[in-house]
Design a protein around this ligand. Structure first.
Ligand code: NCD
Ligand code: ZN
Length: 426
């Protein structure tokens, strides 16, 4: 299969009018204009659309298995395609958990049979040392450590075994960093404070320097957490992401919206949000993830017992592009935080840029298409959002995975099963 994509290309030299030739899934040429007989031409030059390196989301929950009523790989990756994401990295807190090699293999089988976009799989902390085995690295891109359940508990020793293993195998460790010593009781149940985040970041960084694994702090939510992270970043290789709602919403929104906006870590103050935005813009915070965490509406009904999290794959890019239109972010911040850096963090140097030799993953963006966030239209099974009703300007109009359009003009145009584990990227 040979195709050409034309538009305003986001390259290391800036945004340039150009053409991309993709052959058998790889970018084989990038030039001002390519005129060749190919199977498909997608020409966005007249419309002035921007072609970004394919967006990568380091933190999603595709659920599936016994939690398919919340989301499955088909609907979850469909939501990703709608939102412009070409790669999603799936968290292991499933039922059963992805913390045994046999379950990881089953995860791969189910994902491969349904996924529309490419995916990575994380492995969780197991219940027995025997489940930390050779072979994990063939299918998983990294480990997820949920510190409040796995480090600040009697699982600590086992967690350290995982960290040691990750160091040997040179695998990424993604940490949900909150120390329950600093949790407080709120109307929304027990919730983490900025100190909880800062304390756990200090601990995971200390562990990284003694064991040698590569740490990534996910969903940074507070100024205190970000400051602690930035302090360590000066002296060690450590990366972090935050989510759009930590940049735009605050505990006032949480109070107004109740259970729908309940999430872990909880929304903090608007001063925290401002600090996170500043640090995202100056590159201190590396990446943005959606933490797409779908639950059924019934599970979001009661404030205190509501499960934390909400879907994010279909709102993340429109929300961020709206910030670009308002002058709060630049398009280069989106490319860096949603494509280049998450690719690097996951060790995927064959994606993340529009260059010859890279894999043909592209996200095409109409920076000026307007809409109102309407969860009823989500492909995700979770049809609610703390951003419901927001006017947005800018969204993905095409999602291309290994040269194949998966979403065009708001329609999924590929069969489930096209998606591949990023481990096949080589
Ligand atoms: C996550 C989920 O639903 O799996 N929820 C969330 O609020 N982020 C788990 C978690 O990180 O707490
Ligand atoms: Zn988390």
């Amino acid at each position: 299969m040979r195709s050409i994509v034309k538009g305003k290309l986001f390259t290391s030299k800036g945004i340039l009018d150009g053409s991309i030739l993709i052959e058998d899934g790889r970018i084989t040429r990038v030039a001002r204009d390519i005129q060749e007989q190919v199977d498909r031409v997608l020409d966005y030059r007249k419309k002035g659309h921007i072609v970004l390196p394919g967006l990568v989301d380091m933190h999603v929950h595709m659920r599936d298995f016994e939690l398919s009523y919340k989301e499955d790989f088909y609907t979850g990756t469909g939501a990703a395609a709608m939102g412009g994401f070409t790669v999603v990295a799936d968290m292991p807190n499933t039922k059963p958990k992805v913390n045994k090699l046999a379950v990881l293999r089953e995860r791969e089988r189910v994902a491969k049979s349904k996924a529309l976009v490419d995916y990575g799989l994380y492995y969780g902390v197991p219940d027995r040392e025997d489940d930390i085995v050779d072979g994990i690295e063939a299918l998983a891109i990294g480990f997820k450590v949920f510190m409040q359940h796995e480090f600040y508990t009697d699982k600590r020793e086992l967690t350290e075994k995982v960290l040691e293993f990750a160091s040997w195998k040179k695998m990424l460790v993604v940490a949900h960093a909150e120390n329950p010593k600093f949790f407080v009781k709120t109307q929304m149940g027990t919730a983490g404070t900025p100190e909880a985040e800062a304390s756990a970041i200090k601990d995971i960084t200390g562990l990284a320097s003694s064991y040698g694994f590569q740490p990534h702090v996910t969903h940074l939510s507070s100024a205190a957490g970000a400051r602690e992270f930035l302090k360590w970043k000066k002296q060690a290789r450590i990366t972090a992401d935050t989510c759009p709602y930590y940049l735009l919403l605050s505990d006032d929104d949480a109070r107004l919206q109740g259970a729908i906006a309940k999430v872990h870590p909880p929304l903090k103050s608007s001063a925290d949000a401002e600090f996170l935005l500043k640090k995202l813009k100056d590159g201190g915070i590396d990446a943005i993830s959606s933490d797409h965490a779908p639950h059924s509406l019934e599970e979001k009904a009661n404030l205190e017992s509501a499960l934390p999290g909400f879907p994010g794959l279909e709102t993340t890019l429109p929300i961020l592009l709206t910030m670009v239109n308002k002058g709060l972010l630049g398009i280069e911040d989106i490319a860096r935080a949603c494509a280049t850096n998450p690719s690097k963090n996951l060790g995927l140097n064959m994606i993340g840029a529009i260059e010859e030799g890279k894999i043909g993953n592209l996200t095409i963006v109409d920076l000026h298409r307007r809409a109102k966030i309407d969860p009823k239209t989500f492909v995700s099974k979770a049809k609610y959002s703390p951003f419901e009703g927001r006017e947005v300007e800018g969204m993905a109009v095409a999602t291309i995975v290994r040269g194949q359009p998966v979403m065009l003009d708001g329609e999924v145009v590929t069969q489930g099963g096209w998606g591949e584990n990023v481990k096949t990227y080589g």
